[in-house]
Design a protein around this ligand. Sequence first.
Ligand SMILES: [Zn+2]
Length: 362
Amino acid sequence: MNEPLVSVSGRLLSEPTCFDEVLNQGRAVNELRRRVQRKQHLPSIVLHGPKGVGKKTLARIYAEAARCEAPTEQGGRCDKCSTCKSFKGSGEPLGFVWANGAGEGLPRALRKLAQVGTFGERPLFVVVEAEKITDEGYDELLKAIEETQTTFVFVTDLEKSVRAAIRSRCVNYLVKPLSSSATRQFLCGELAPQRASAASQVLDVLVAHTRGIPGEMIRVVRLVQSSADHSLDAVRGELELDWPLELAGAWARILRTDIDGWDLPEPLRAVPVNEQLRRVRALLLYAINEGDVGVELKGRSVTDAALLHRDKEFAKLLIGELNAAAAERGVSSRQLGAHLTSFWCAYVPPQHAFDPPAVAPD
Ligand SMILES: [Zn+2]
């Protein structure tokens, strides 16, 4: 078990520098590449998708290729022209602005754009956290989108929070996480399992934990590679996935929260309240489904990685206590399960009564 699980290729573990190196190839990558190849950079773009999926990386790759004077056939930057060189140097390359929607940088850059009229050929504005664009400069922004030849790339985790007037003037591209099978293939290649059975369970946990988010996949590969022990327990420890065992110790008490009120067990106190609730719900679902966690949705794992491949004793304990609680209340386990599911979906712990309601698990 202590034999190294890893064979390091190292190849993709650094930030991608061109479209071909991006892990989650898809429509967004193809369309951006095509823009570079055709030298057509209008209309402006909204890049949206889950946190960590690589939107900013993609925006940077696109910006560099779009600004390049002689991009390669694959839509990559040439690395030789003066614009490519200016990207590598210090200071801001001419005609390129990277601003945060929430900050002062965007209105300032827009005022400058309004003064000079244009930033030269193929001017490109990347606006990250586009959902936070303030009123200051907003009108100017719309004017710039409509009246100048500037390409704006708006980057956001929250597409619907970007003002509708901006979205309607842009092409919207969703940057998707990798599918479960593509995630597994990548992790498999990077971590080349030595011992089939243990390694396959470790891979299941890693796939569920990283959810096809490239940044997370690279983080766990590095983490596992730097650790000497690649057993399932060791990997769970590294990824902080031991909470089910800690919660199981307080399970009987947690099952009575609807009667006795919130009595926060010690292991739960260290995490934010949304995460506390999510963990209780995940454990409840696990007990109700009698330890069956094989859930996939649209080719992606929606299983909680921390609950994968737990042993029979763990499942028996949770199910046993659920059954005992049901017997005590004179209802069936199914009835209690349904009751507690709706209770925990709506429940807000008293010390957080004034916080916004917790979001449902995704
Ligand atoms: Zn170039």
